[in-house]
Design a protein around this ligand. Structure first.
Ligand code: URA
Length: 215
């Protein structure tokens, strides 16, 4: 494997080799200021793939996705939706933490379309290795990473979109958007809708394969 960000496609045959390739990624400048690439977490064969935006401060340090405040709310929502961690593969559209310094604090910055596009290769490999039944895009960056299009949450939230390979895609809000709601009642209602989206998406059945004609 060449550690220059241009790992040959045929060297990526497992989630482990994929993580090594991601760790060497220099496809966009974000690797320069991040501690490390944060690969997806979960098993190949997981039914549900959850895609967030990018690692935050805590994830950048831990090298694991969704371990900070957004991760806590996501874990709780998954539990409330009856989804076990084993059923999921959790990842991000962008694998390096994009941020700006504000004093000593590292503040999250939204990735550009160019950065999302450059990272798509890793999402594609993850989809190929995990082969989920359903992908849940958490927010617009994840949706852009998966579809290559700019989407409006209000327009497509909760709808089943069939991807070219037959996988179902459902777009919902990013869990961190719930943390920004100040009104308690509104926050509770938004949380309930988020849980309902997760539950409905996880209940989607695989599309039946086309039947072979009888001889
Ligand atoms: N937000 C994300 O989108 N992903 C993470 O891993 C953490 C926070």
């Amino acid at each position: 494997m060449r550690y220059d960000g241009r790992v040959a496609e045929d060297e990526i045959t497992s989630l482990r080799s994929l993580a090594a390739a991601e760790a060497a990624c220099t496809r966009c400048p974000l690797y320069r200021d991040a501690t490390q690439a944060v690969p997806g977490e979960g098993k190949s064969g997981a039914r549900v793939m959850l895609v967030g935006e990018q690692p935050g401060d805590k994830e950048d340090i831990a090298g694991k996705p969704f371990v900070g405040p957004a991760g806590r709310i996501l874990d709780r929502a998954l539990r409330d939706a009856g989804i076990t961690r084993e059923q999921t593969f959790v990842t991000n559209a962008v694998k390096h933490f994009k941020h700006e310094m504000r004093g000593k604090r590292r503040l999250h910055k939204r990735p550009s379309n160019y950065e999302i596009e450059r990272c798509k290769i890793w999402l594609d490999h993850e989809r190929d290795l995990v082969k989920p039944v359903t992908i849940i895009a958490l927010g617009v960056t994840a949706a852009r990473g998966l579809t290559g299009k700019t989407v409006t949450i209000g327009k497509i939230r909760g709808k089943r979109i069939e991807m070219a390979d037959g996988t179902s895609l459902v777009v919902t809000v990013h869990p961190s958007s719930l943390l920004r709601i100040e009104d308690e009642a509104e926050q509770r209602a938004a949380y309930r809708s988020f849980v309902a989206d997760l539950k409905a998406a996880a209940a989607i059945k695989p599309e039946p394969k086309a039947r072979l004609p009888l001889r």
